[in-house]
Design a protein. Sequence first.
Lengths: 801, 271, 331
Amino acid sequence: MTYQHIGKDFTPPDIFGKVTGKAKYAEDFTADGMCYARLLVSPMPHARVKKLDLKAALAMDGVFGVLTADNLPPVEAPNGGILTNEPVFIGDPILAVAAVDEKTAEDAISRIDIELEPLPFTVNPTDSLRPAGPNAREEGNIYAGSPPQVGELHWRQDEVERFLAGGQPSAEAPIEWQYGDLEASFDNAAVILTESFVTTGYAHMSMEPRSVMSYWENGKCFVYGSTQSQSFIIPFLAPMVGVAPENLVYVSEYCGGGFGSKIFPYPIMALPAHFAKKLGRPVMLRITREEEYYIGSARVGFQGWIKAGFAADGRVSAVDLYIVQDLGPKRAGGDASSAGGAVSILYQPEALRLRSVPVLTNTTPRGAQRGPGQNQIAAIFEPMMDKAAQELGLDRVAIRRINAPDSNAKLNADQGPVTSAHMAEALDLGAKRWNWAEKAKRSGRRKGSKVTGIGIGQGYHAAGTSGFDGLVRITPDGKIHLHSGVGNLGTYSYASTTRAAAEALKCDWSQCEIVHGRSAAHLPWSSYQAGSVTIFTHTRANHVAALDAVAKLKEVAAAALGGQAGDYDIDGQRVFHRNRASRALSYGEAAAKAIEMGGKYSGDEVPEDIHDVTKRAVAGIAGTGLVGVAKDSLPMRGTVPGFAIGFVEIELDVETGKHEIIDYLAVGECGTVVHPLGLANQLRGGGVWGFGMATTERHVYDPQNGLPANVGFYQCKPPTYLDVPSNMDWAAADIPDPDNPVGARGIGEPAMGCAVAAVMCALSDALGGHLFNRTPVTPDVILSHIAGLPPTSGPLAINTF
Amino acid sequence: MEIVRYREDVWGREVLLGVSWDLLWLVIAASFILIMVHAAVMLARKSGPRPSPDGERLSRHAALDRWFHWITAASFFVLLATGVLPIVGVKFPWLTIHWVAGIVLTAAIVFHIVRSLFWKDLASVWIKPSDLAELTGGSAVPLPGKYSLAQKGMHMAMAVLVLIAVGTGIALLAQIDTPWWARSNFLSEAALGWMFLLHGLSTLALIGFAALHLYFTARPEKQFYLRSMVTGWVSRSELAAHHDPARWTPDAVASGDTTVEAPSALGADAR
Amino acid sequence: MSAYDVMPDIELYQPATVEDATELAARLKGKAWLLAGGQDTYGWLKDRAKTTEAMIDLKGIDALKGIREIPGGVEIGALTTLTEITRHPLIGERYSLLREAAAVVASPQIRNMGTLGGNLCQDTRCWYYRRGLSCYRAGGNICYADSPAGMNREHALFGASRCVAVSPSDTATALSALEATMIVTSRRGSREVPVDDFFVGPDVDIVNMTALADDEVLASVRLPDHWANADFHFEKVADRNVWDFALVSIAAALRMRDGRIESARFVCGGVACVPYRLPAVEQAVVGKPRSESTGEQAARLASRGAEPLNHNQFKAPLMENLVRRALRGKA
């Protein structure tokens, strides 16, 4: 299909602000009389506040007040409170001090006399599962059930030892689902692989820490924050700050990265509003880099066991997955089920069982991080695919192609359908573009101390949802205002999704203006913008809103120029009679007429089914132009899958344990390409994330005292510009999805999963097929393996290797 | 001036770090003043004629005990130097010498305790109520037995302080790497602070007592004690002048074996 | 506990001459912090992990900057930036070892700001110590890294004495191989300190990494003619190519005669609190050609005497490999 906007590059309007530094992030805002808050955080991994003496701090000049958990609404464990009297990890915020400037606030904090009573703690889930293991919270050590709640689970000592030794786990797992006949499918397998593995957690590392500024004015609460979404935040943040949604003004024009950590409003986000109310003045809470590592969320860690059966033809017959999750101390943890789901779709096994134990630890709180679960399992399972291929004498691309999901693919426990899938085509495209046949021959080639490793990896994540609203407005000056409730999380999807509306309105991009970034700009209800959903979900919402506008344009034209709406068509910012082109209105004229006609045309009447947020937005613009507004009720006949495939060539220096990525290609299988530059950057950026997960990024905790080692960029080791190839190639299958009006599906998370998997496979390939079964594989791990040194940490050590 | 130093433990709680080394200067100054005052008083007081070292030689310290004393003294001063010099700014690799000397001291003390318990007259160093009369001074006071109250007091104080220093030193030794074990943080940080505090306080007190001990050893009227610690004997007239022969009846020693076992340098001096 | 992030109040002095700087250092003895490029300083102070009443900013002292030829070698002012060192022809032509070391320090941005003196005098990166814990190195009485469950992958193999932190400086390793001399100045006058005496281990001074006294300023570094244009090898192995400190680095200077090694200096970084000389390797290679087999023999000596901690055993084979590579020469 030929598009005017879809599949074409464009310049998102916010890019000028980002390049020139004029972009205003949350901490760039000020307000008259604004004061600054700083946090006192827990120095202990688990403790109870016994004594708090604020006198010296409050007596200081320039100190306005202190906020403690006692001043805030209580929360139920393990939900994260804004502040707490029972901190459950080092860095858990206990109180905040507001002062005339940050230095005074910090000075005041240093004068607070606080006494904490230490409580039992753990940084290792399997330690907590031991018969008398420590519980991370007073309420218990696991978070499971339906609905999930904190409970207590301890295994028998022999069950712990068996699990740690890599034996088939038999201990109780609170989460379990299965499809197919596992036993029969294993019986049919020609090759059965059993591996135990660890993927350690690590920080989200959002470039912009989660700073927030708030104030109250005329009963309205103003919040300047940093979130992945814009409109989606309102109904969740409003009760957190104690205000009706209509009285919450939320500004998040830019978001310096969230990666899953800024989906919902996070507890600390509500602190300045409460503090501002108490003090009667605006409060800025600037989160430091160190604090961002405490409260900025992190990936869930896995300690797991996999048994995978392969039929003689290479088909994955059965998979048995057992995953102990390191959840941190608060609410988290769909990762294990998501891992099972990813295996179910990527390899289409006949039978699959997932068992999981979600264990609380006194480490930094976890949350969804780019491919939560899918990417951990990609790092472990894809090298197993290579091992199976080797044992079965199959090519590594071929074994993936044999199992590749197509549009008849099934997934998850319920073996539900997908909207479409074309992994075979994507594998073919990638193998050809990357010249797999030739490059695979370089596998194991030795050049001095360097060995070539060739890797291929696949990533998956569900990538689309529905039911959100779109809103467009045409004003009498002819401008088309594309109201986007989508947040500006760095992918430019807030802009690229509006291209679907421009496409439907057949208008010039120069006539379009994207309205976004602050709730006062009247923005429609939008999705959570996690799970790679935005491009699928909001091209749909924009499309239906634009269709509503088009219908109204035609009706307005018919009303103004006679005839039936059906007689009219649009193009070139005009609505015209199909047979008599002179009977036409410009979009501007039609907008003026719509205002005159009122009712639904001008936004004075709205559809019943749209969200309250959208209703308020429309009310705010009613009477200013022709308003197209609709809820996305288009059909969605299954899970919307997003896939990506990474191809990588590395050179591993066996004398230093270091590797260099020579060449990388990412192939997106994500439907129609909407914004090529955006997609390219998603695939490359996901690649860099994947490289980091595979080889450098990890939590390190001192198990003696629960102390985190990584509280700065240099300790957390995200890959830098000079650690990745300067050219990273990309391609896309570009096969439209039938359930999206422009054919698009999401890509963000698989773009990373395929890269971590590819690098893990390449490292394994360079070392003759040795499976490390853990992330990250750092140079010391490689050197120790080559030198035959015994492992430095206990079995399945997590957070401590 | 602070007496004790504090630090924050790994979780930000205040724990003892150890003694404040400001006290070192206080101890040195106090010892110096005490010695000066005593020396001035003694100078003003007319000293009588000194007893003759000639004549019959009576055994005061067995060779084994003298060896013990000098080994103890040597390790003590090595410990003091290696422990204190780095604190006052003299930088050198002190730790290994320190703990090796500490082990020597410990071994010597164990030897001494065992020997004292089973082979020696423990009562001779034990302070009895009757000894307290010596405090009043004057000619009416009976002469002491083998050891004067001051000597017993010095021994008792040194014994207690050295045992504290050695005991805490052993705990601290367990906190560093040695050829026999790798360090572990088995002591809580609070307990560790107590160990350092007691180690430091006992060291400071030992510096004071050692200064007094050296001073009295060096005093002209008491130099025969130093000689006896080197050579083992006192003369009959020294005994008569300083001790009550009724309360201490040492054996005579055969002439000619007096310096054989003594460390030669000190032995030469003593002659 | 607070995640401090704001500079506390500090009295700032900005002398323009070395004399003024040493005068200030003498007057403020023990109370002043010497500031060069600030790449180590600001983290400490903003985190309030260390504090100071006063700061003497040396950046305004031109006499401490620049690279010049002197009788017997080349002198580099301590305030010369690492980027300048990597670009200066004298260094590139005669002491490429130092150029290579300076070129892999941290990141390009840090090299633009960071100075040679700062790189040499920077404090260790032991993460426990950097957290501001009162460990031995911070004047306390405990080491958290060296205990049965301590996380010590980056820590020392050699010369640990209670503290197991390692030297983080890449240029120190190179300067040790080049047998540099540090010119240290104070109001009391200047003194020359051989590089091997400039860096001190925890056995001698557990709270300082250099022999600089409270009132002293590192003024310059002199590179002797003796090692000019020798055969060199520098390599740094770190987790990432940028920003990370060496897990292990090696600097080797080899004086060749008739195809055989006449004299050599081998120094490893990241394995001890000081740049760690490998005298056994240095002796073993004399009289031998620079070759794979010489490397093979010498490598066995490289990690002799290593006392690994829980998580740093890998450094021993890595040292051996780096010695092997140094003797193999450029591929």
